[in-house]
Design a protein around this ligand. Structure first.
Ligand code: SF4
Length: 411
């Protein structure tokens, strides 16, 4: 079992599941009790000692289920298996349904595909003017810098390219990508992603950021990373000192379950926040991971404790072999309904569906506007109470009505 310790030694009130989920605990040393501190706390040791094979996994976790065994056997032809020792310690080997386990241990269901599932559900390849650059929205680009991550998420929307297990042949060409950005003056926002940009060493990342900062029309840099969650040891004071030279620089992390927010992660996020980097979180709604009102409430409240704004909850993309991890939109709306008004506004993320095939992010929300015409807007609040707002001059119907249309009287 995991060796975890409560930070302040206090037990949460019994039955207080929310309080218990919000406790910060260390991942502990678990399966690696004898590794010297200097190694354990070094990101390169963590990377070098990742769990990447079925043999390692079976040795550490004899409780592997037949579905996990079969999935892991096939993983290296689809999306590789890799888990840092630090993150592995968060898995409960006694619990087949452990929410951490479901995110990183392959299952045979990954080979079950449906006609509506895709290898590139967000249509990124069709919006790539040069390899590794996605230009889908008018004023910003997605700059894919690597196909490697510290660990691999089984629902990854870029599983076609990350880990290079399925032979995608990903070769970003920085010179061509940067040249494209230089030539497109409308690009004011560059999001570095991949794979995980924080896997680069400080010098390589600094050089890339320097080149982007030298482009005058690039106002804003962002990094999308799961490293603070999978490998908090990478968030060194030196890295933070380097990153703060490039403001405005925002970082989006990716945490799905409150148990991922350990004391190690909290401290790593504090180093980033102390470097003046605004932090946001992007979660993916996942079945039996976080498709639960209490779990999601604990996650968003705990993120605020780490100075991270919950930014998006993504409906899981229609990535091939992900049906066992996809939760319903109905459940997503129920979760949003449970957050809005019921907790701090800063804790409420935007729930979005990335429109299949490349339509971009579409916000989805419980319906709060019950009806609207040129005169009045009828709304309901988080308690279900209905209110009428008298529309300001110039209020127009949302859709242009046909010529024969007569607006109904509001009741
Ligand atoms: S860290 Fe991000 S890019 Fe890497 S496998 Fe997970 S979701 Fe995919």
């Amino acid at each position: 079992m995991n060796e975890t310790s409560s930070e302040n030694g206090e037990e949460p009130p019994s039955g207080d599941q929310l309080g218990s989920l919000k406790e910060f605990k260390s991942a502990g040393r678990g399966f690696w009790p004898d590794v010297p501190d200097a190694n354990w706390n070094h990101w390169r040791w963590q990377l070098k000692n990742r769990i990447t094979s079925l043999e390692q996994l079976q040795r550490l976790m004899p409780t592997l289920t037949p579905e996990e065994y079969a999935g892991t056997k096939l993983a290296n032809t689809r999306l590789a298996l890799a888990i840092t020792p630090y993150f592995f310690n968060l898995i409960d080997p006694a619990d087949e349904h452990c929410p951490i386990r479901r995110q990183v241990i392959p299952r045979v269901e990954e080979t079950h595909t449906a006609p509506w599932e895709m290898s590139d559900p967000c249509g990124e390849d069709s919006h790539s003017p040069v390899p590794g650059l996605v230009h889908r929205y008018p004023d910003r680009v997605l700059f894919l810098v690597t196909d490697r991550c510290a660990a691999y998420c089984r629902y990854c929307t870029r599983s076609r390219l990350v880990s290079n297990a399925s032979g995608y042949d990903f070769h970003p060409e920085f010179d061509r990508q940067i040249q494209y950005i230089r030539e497109h003056k409308e690009v004011r926002d560059v999001l570095l992603s991949g794979g995980d940009p924080l896997l680069f060493n400080d010098q390589k990342l600094e050089h890339l950021l320097d080149r982007l900062r030298a482009i005058r029309h690039v106002e804003f840099l962002r990094i999308g990373t799961r490293i603070p969650i999978f490998l908090p040891q990478r968030i060194t004071p030196e890295l933070c000192g380097m990153l703060k030279r490039f403001h405005p620089l925002f970082i989006s992390i990716h945490a799905n379950h409150p148990r991922e927010l350990t004391t190690e992660v909290r401290d790593a996020l504090a180093r980033l926040a102390d470097a003046g980097i605004p932090l946001g979180n992007q979660s993916v709604l996942l079945r039996q991971v976080n498709d639960d009102v209490t779990v999601m409430k604990a996650l968003v409240q705990k993120l605020l404790l780490c100075r991270v704004k919950p930014y998006y909850i993504y409906q899981c993309d229609l990535i091939s072999g992900s049906a066992h991890l996809r939760a319903s939109v109905r459940k997503g709306l129920e979760i949003m309904e449970s957050l809005r008004g019921h907790t701090t506004g800063y804790a409420v993320p935007q729930y979005v569906i990335d429109a299949p095939g490349g339509g971009g992010k579409v916000p989805v929300s419980p319906e709060y506007v019950l009806s609207r015409n040129a005169d009045r807007v009828v709304i309901r609040n988080f308690e279900g109470k209905v209110f009428e707002y008298v529309e300001a001059a110039g209020g127009m119907p949302r859709y242009k009505p046909s010529e024969n249309f007569t607006a109904p009287e509001l009741v």
